[in-house]
Design a protein around this ligand. Structure first.
Ligand SMILES: [Zn+2]
Length: 196
């Protein structure tokens, strides 16, 4: 089932997500719905707060990035088929020199800006069967995980921009929260929600 994606401005995107346990209601269905919602919107990652739930869960599938011809064969292979569910994730460390990548977000349509992040991460998380993993990722895979991980801490990529950039996109963010935008996937806008 395709779920509406929560737009910028909704307080749920600002909440710190809570850990969940294996008996979280209808978890398997929720995860399946999150993948379906992400694919429908041509995203590479989706976090639970983006479907209205302040819990520490996000899904990633970087396959669409693997078609970028500017990447090396090795990078393409790393991205192809990298599909992973992260539950109760904790980034243990981030290392290396920060690099810029032009990020976007399904909750913030049509806004894309360069964001600086460290290239390597070490992360502990549980998979869909609640097995614990500690893994290291780098490059674009790490980038997508860092972006989604921020969501479960209530952080958006626009928070990481310079004061000047923030000022420049302020009007567009305000329009998104008011629903003054056309998107080709299902969304829920905070300003419209209040109207009955
Ligand atoms: Zn996002």
């Amino acid at each position: 089932m395709i779920l509406p994606i929560i737009a910028y401005g909704d307080p749920v995107l600002r909440k710190e997500g809570e850990d969940i346990s294996a008996d979280y209601p209808n978890l398997k269905a929720l995860i399946a719905n999150m993948y379906e919602t992400m694919y429908d919107a041509f995203g590479v990652g989706l976090a639970a707060p983006q479907v209205g739930l302040a819990i520490r869960l996000f899904v990633v599938d970087t396959t669409p990035f693997s078609e970028d011809e500017d990447l090396t064969k090795e990078e393409q292979a790393q991205l192809q088929g990298f599909k992973r569910t992260f539950i109760n994730a904790k980034i243990i460390e981030e290392t290396g020199d920060e690099w810029a990548f032009n990020e976007g977000c399904l909750s913030i349509p049509d806004v894309r800006e360069d964001v600086f992040r460290k290239p390597k991460i070490k992360i502990e998380y549980q998979d869909e069967d609640f097995n614990t993993h500690v893994e290291e990722f780098d490059g674009l895979v790490a980038r997508v995980i860092q972006h989604e991980y921020d969501h479960i801490d209530g952080i958006l990529f626009t928070d990481k921009l310079s004061t000047l950039k923030k000022r420049l996109i302020k009007g567009r963010l305000s329009n998104i929260s008011k629903g003054n935008i056309s998107v080709d996937y299902k969304m829920r806008f905070p300003a419209l929600k209040k109207k009955r």
